[in-house]
Design a binder for this molecule. Structure first.
Ligand SMILES: [Zn+2]
Length: 208
């Protein structure tokens, strides 16, 4: 399994391409903008897109999904709790994203506990409500894609519509900090980190 990172859109969202090299199948996490650029990168890798994975419904994580699916296909996977934000982007941050296109129809709603497969690579869905009601993280091997739930030295905002700070901390404590220290965290914005580093150093997680 190989991971490529593309930084897209005005909020510098990390769009991740997960490649299962043996099968040539791929998944994309959070195509926040520039769907065509992401589709070009998949084509350049000679890969077939199976899944477009959304960590949550905010526009800076979904703005490129329409173009990406139109060019490269793939099932659109969204946390059920964020269905409203996907289907009515006016309630999200869409106005901030130049060239924003409404996300495609949801092909596969998830609630946590499911897994998806690209070749022999399994991608597990972990429910982490708090930043939004339907926020999920995706785990594959040693890689954890955390969207706006967990960042290096920070956590996601919970003052946006549908956010809940207590729930967010509970999600991180019960479902993310329970993972091994060496797990690599790929957040929705900013640099990668590890669960161990965040457990030790993240100022928002001390004493939780
Ligand atoms: Zn967000």
């Amino acid at each position: 399994m190989r991971i490529e990172t593309l930084i897209v859109g005005p909020l510098q969202t990390n769009a991740y391409i997960i490649l299962d090299e043996a099968s040539g199948e791929a998944a994309v996490v959070d195509p926040g903008a520039s769907g065509l650029r992401i589709s070009d990168a998949i084509e350049a890798a000679g890969a077939t897109l199976k899944f477009i994975l959304t960590t949550h419904g905010h526009a800076d994580h979904t703005g490129g999904a329409f173009d990406l699916q139109r060019k490269a296909g793939g099932e659109y996977v969204v946390g059920e709790g964020d269905r409203g934000q996907i289907e009515s982007p006016s309630s999200s941050l869409a106005a901030m994203i130049p060239g924003f296109a409404n996300p495609p129809a949801i092909d596969r709603p998830v609630t946590g506990g499911e897994h998806l497969e690209i070749g022999d690579t399994r991608i597990f869905v972990i429910a982490t409500p708090g930043h939004t009601p339907g926020s999920v993280c995706y785990l594959s091997g040693q890689a954890l894609f955390t969207g706006d739930t967990l960042f290096q030295n920070s956590i996601g905002r919970y003052d946006l519509p549908g956010g809940d700070g207590d729930q967010e901390l509970q999600s991180i404590r019960d479902n993310l900090l329970a993972l091994p220290d060496q797990m690599i965290v790929y957040p929705g914005h900013g640099p990668s980190t590890t669960i161990g580093e965040e457990r030790a150093n993240n100022p928002f997680l001390q004493g939780v």
